[in-house]
Write a protein that binds this ligand. Structure first.
Ligand code: 5AD
Ligand code: SF4
Length: 410
């Protein structure tokens, strides 16, 4: 979502004459797009603002925007020239250029992305969230869920595909509660079907669905639509039912396991990842043990393991953050070790196979990409393949990815 926002910021700024600077020192304007989900991200903004102040030339103006809590906003107000609301992006040109721009110029400005790469399109389908998980700041900073009209989404996908997009990400805090404001019958599975029907050679990915809304209909559509990739990020957050309750996550581990079984039956070998929080207030050793066992039972391909941090204004911030930092780190390490085992086991199953890969970048003379099911992969090849699909034979595996030999372009 932050990438999608940043690309839209770049798109709007470009319309009023800005272009990407080669580096910070040569920039006339620096924009920091922040995230409030965890304290560590907020702390990073402190560091960045310091760096900006040090590198500041006379011409160099700074903007802070993104998912911001009011109190963070006040904290940073004197460190940036402007603090702008991301929802107000359409009006930024007026704030930045003032009278230089006539009414006519302002009317012409549209909130369209300037993509970092033409082959990747991050397309929001909804904004905000109504779920109020007790630890989460998103409903407070992004507000209530609002869905984007399906026709607008379809148009954006079409335009991206025409512009060379090979991977389309449909984004929302809770994608599977999507309902088109134009037509309530168009829910998330219906939207996926419509996107799948758009002509072109591209992959569809989405993130993130909530386990409470993961319907049989969605699984059926994921199975039957050829462009939807066999990849699912399904946040579990905890493997203890008591903690899930305290988190205000209305499902049990049993329910989650049933969904995973159904998904794996329908789409064998699907890449399954999750988000999980360790050290939630009052999480006992026993409760963490349950999380660890459940985590092992599922055998995820990938997991975003996060140490709990209290976020101001949330329900859990009123609970005592009583799992010590060291213990949080310990729990984080235990789950990471477990993940390494399951992901290595799953990656090793790929050895010898020929897999479709989208080439994303080059690092240290190796091409890096993602397989259709979202595994990392590196291999040797010419830089000109970036942004293309290729076929790669898998030669070895690590917990975090695959290595292979290119066979052909597709
Ligand atoms: N502390 C730690 N992790 C959090 N997340 C959300 N809020 C917090 C918090 N207060 C994690 C959740 C969510 C992911 C985007 O961030 O796991 O799925
Ligand atoms: Fe936050 Fe996701 Fe829960 Fe919404 S569903 S409150 S975004 S963790």
């Amino acid at each position: 979502m932050n990438i999608a926002d940043s690309e839209r910021i770049a798109g709007v700024l470009e319309q009023i004459g800005y272009e990407k600077a080669p580096n910070l020192d040569e920039a006339d304007l620096a924009v920091v797009n922040m995230c409030s989900v965890r304290q560590s991200a907020v702390d990073r903004v402190c560091g960045i603002s310091q760096k900006l102040i040090q590198s500041k030339k006379k011409r160099h103006k700074t903007i802070l925007t993104g998912c911001m809590l009011r109190q963070d906003l006040h904290k940073f107000e004197d460190k940036f020239d402007f603090v702008f609301d991301i929802k107000d992006l359409k009006n930024w040109p007026r704030y930045l250029k003032g009278k230089e721009l006539g009414k006519k110029d302002l009317c012409k400005i549209s909130v369209e992305p300037r993509r970092q790469n033409d082959f990747l399109a991050h397309i929001p389908i909804s904004n905000g969230c109504n779920n109020f998980c007790s630890y989460c700041v998103v409903p407070y900073v992004r507000g209530k869920e609002t869905c984007i009209n399906h026709q607008q989404i379809i148009n954006e996908v079409k335009k991206s595909v025409e512009g060379g997009a090979k991977e389309i990400w449909l984004l929302g805090q809770n994608v599977n509660s999507y309902k088109s404001p134009e037509n309530k019958k168009i829910d998330f599975p219906e939207l996926l079907k419509m996107v799948n029907e758009i002509p072109g050679n591209f992959w569809i990915r989405f993130t993130s669905p909530h386990p409470k809304d993961l319907s049989d209909k969605l699984i059926k559509v994921m199975k039957s639509c050829k462009k939807i990739t066999p990849y699912l990020n399904l946040p579990i957050q905890s493997g203890s039912n008591q903690i899930l309750k305290k988190m205000n996550r209305p499902y049990t581990t049993n329910h989650y396991k049933k969904i995973v079984d159904k998904v794996r039956r329908a789409i064998p070998g699907i890449f399954l990842s999750t988000d999980i929080i360790v050290g939630f207030p009052q999480e006992t050793k026993k409760q963490f043990e349950k999380t660890k066992k459940f985590f092992e039972k599922i055998g995820f391909d990938m997991a975003y393991i996060l140490k709990y941090s209290p976020r101001p204004g949330t329900v859990s911030a009123k609970m005592k953050d009583d799992v010590e930092k060291k213990e949080k780190e310990n729990r984080y390490r235990i789950l990471t070790e477990s993940l390494k085992k399951s992901s290595l086991k799953n990656n090793e199953k790929m050895i010898g196979k020929d897999l479709e890969v989208l080439v994303l970048k080059e690092t240290k003379n190796l091409l890096e990409g993602k397989t259709r099911d979202y595994r990392n992969i590196v291999f040797e090849g010419p830089k000109k393949l970036i942004g293309n699909f290729v076929l790669v034979n898998i030669t070895s595996a690590t917990p975090w990815g695959l290595r292979g030999k290119i066979i052909s372009t597709i």
